[in-house]
Structures are given as structure tokens and as C-alpha cells.
Design a protein around this ligand. Structure first.
Ligand SMILES: [Zn+2]
Length: 139
């Protein structure tokens, strides 16, 4: 198993963060989840879910009871020009967006739609910026 890489994205407006994890062994993942104060039951569930999702591009891991720290797990660094990788990242980011909105008590309605869309777009942008190659688009 490749070494674990962790990219933390702070979502200060919503007092949340998402940690994008790539690779790593069960031991490395367990240590990292503990560092983020994930309880043992959630940590065990996350590590098991990661192993069971070996065929998936990405999964979202949300601790039970609170969502101020969520995780997106990727087995390998995604190729950002691959449409399926973009699909998967957008999908996982939407799970995280729902967790963030739940954390701040915003329910999806026609009145809050723009807040969700803004948060989702911002999150996708931040994930893309963390995962892009050094030679990627300059900002
Ligand atoms: Zn899903």
C-alpha cells in the first residue's frame, strides 16, 4: 500500500473541514482518524468501508453525530482530466456539502438552493486545487 497522503480543506465559513485522503495502510488511516478525534467505532467502520470499496474511485466518510470533520477517501490520485474521476469527485463533494449544511442547520429548500450550490462549487474548487498537479492552471 502506498503512503497515506492527506489534504485538509478548511471551510471556515461553515466551521467545518474536509480531509481528502489518498492511499495508506489500515494502520496509517487508523492513526490519522484518531488524530482527527474520530471515535473507535467510526474509525473501524471507515477503515472497513475503505477496504470494501476497493473498486470505487472515491467514498465519503462522515462521523456519526457530527459533521464538522468529514473525509473523502481515494485509493489513488485521480486524473482530473478523466470524466469518471470528475463525476466521482463531484458526487463525493455533494455528500460533504450535505454534511456541511447539516452541520450549520441549513435544509435544502428552494430558498436555500443557492447556498448549497455555492458551497458545493466552492468545495469542488478547493478539492481540485489540492489535487491538481503542480503544472496545472495558475490562479
Ligand atoms: Zn454516494
Amino acid at each position: 500500500m502506498k503512503r497515506l497522503r492527506a489534504h485538509e480543506i478548511k471551510l471556515d465559513e461553515w466551521r467545518c473541514r474536509v480531509v481528502v485522503l489518498i492511499g495508506g495502510s489500515d494502520t496509517q488511516l487508523t492513526t490519522l482518524f484518531k488524530r482527527y478525534s474520530t471515535n473507535k467505532a467510526d474509525t473501524d467502520f471507515f477503515v472497513r468501508s475503505i477496504r470494501e470499496a476497493s473498486g470505487c474511485c472515491a467514498i465519503t466518510l462522515q462521523p456519526t453525530g457530527y459533521t464538522h470533520t468529514q473525509f473523502i477517501y481515494l485509493h489513488t490520485t485521480p486524473k482530473l482530466a478523466d470524466p469518471y474521476a470528475v463525476n466521482s469527485l463531484a458526487h463525493e463533494c455533494l455528500h460533504v456539502t450535505f454534511g456541511v449544511m447539516k452541520h450549520v442547520g441549513v435544509r435544502l429548500t428552494s430558498a436555500s438552493e443557492e447556498v448549497f450550490c455555492y458551497a458545493h462549487g466552492h468545495l469542488i474548487e478547493q478539492v481540485w486545487l489540492k489535487l491538481k498537479r503542480p503544472t496545472g492552471v495558475r490562479r
